[in-house]
Design a protein around this ligand. Structure first.
Ligand code: AP5
Length: 220
């Protein structure tokens, strides 16, 4: 399975990508996670990436494409992958298609997860992420057993720098202007399914599975 999960910030792409990756036995490839790893290195490149991310702007394509390309070349991505947060504009989508074509591959499906802006602001303001294993929680919708501590590994939970309300609103604006045109792009290619992202996470997962139905899913 080669799937792209599209959607605004906080739509639940990461939550769903992680669940589907476990179900299908393919890696979740999240451009945001790849970028945050570079930022943590505190290199010149990391500081440059952070200067865009902290403002809610897209990081320049050349860096993002380099990181995603290197990740997709890894052995574990051979049977398939779930792209989360990439592509984010038409030029990234074209670069992805070209890269896959080189290996005589193509995407199976693009699923857009649709969530209204006000719900997104609620979700993101309550999001907490584990500093050690990246597991995700929500202080109201999916709280950890012990506040501030990851259930899975005992790591400390933190709030992302770009999750301040003003930055979230900027990210939503960037989504509407730059990423939304991808819906028409993949629609024209006959690859797109749009699903409602509001509801329990297991219900949303079922909608995604129904949307990819018809595509042969290899057992784990
Ligand atoms: P990135 O890390 O990709 O962030 P994003 O797309 O803004 O998405 P989020 O991670 O905020 O949300 P999500 O949809 O994954 O939702 P989640 O599952 O966490 O990008 C960050 C930045 O990096 C960008 O702004 C940009 O600067 C840069 N960047 C990344 N990719 C790039 C690219 N390709 N090109 C250029 N720049 C790039 O869920 C959110 C919360 O809601 C969680 O707390 C979760 O528990 C909760 N939740 C999930 N599902 C539900 C549900 N069904 N009901 C209730 N709560 C739910």
């Amino acid at each position: 399975m080669r799937l792209v999960l599209l959607g605004p910030p906080g739509a639940g792409k990461g939550t769903q990508a992680r669940a589907l990756a476990t179900l299908w036995g393919v890696p979740q490839v999240a451009s945001g996670d790849l970028l945050r790893a570079v930022v943590r290195e505190e290199s010149e490149l990391g500081r440059e990436a952070a200067s865009y991310m902290d403002r809610g702007q897209l990081v320049p394509d050349d860096l993002v494409l380099k990181l995603v390309d290197a990740r997709l070349r890894k052995e574990d991505a051979r049977p398939g992958f779930i792209l989360d947060g990439f592509p984010r504009n038409v030029s990234q989508a074209e670069a992805l298609a070209k890269g896959l074509e080189h290996y005589h591959l193509k995407l199976d499906k693009v699923v857009a997860v649709i969530v209204p802006d006000e719900e997104i602001v609620k979700r993101i303001s309550g999001r907490r992420t584990c500093a050690k294993c990246n597991a995700m929680y929500h202080v109201v919708f999916e709280p950890p057993k012990k506040p501030g501590i990851c259930d899975k590994c005992g790591g400390e939970l933190y709030q992302r720098e770009d999750d301040a309300e003003e930055t979230v609103r900027e990210r939503l604006k960037v989504f509407a202007e730059t990423t939304k045109p991808l819906l028409a792009h993949y629609g024209r290619l006959g690859m797109l399914a749009q699903i409602n992202g509001v509801g329990r996470t297991d219900e949303v997962e079922k909608r995604i599975l129904a949307a990819v139905n018809g595509v042969a899913v290899p057992p784990k």
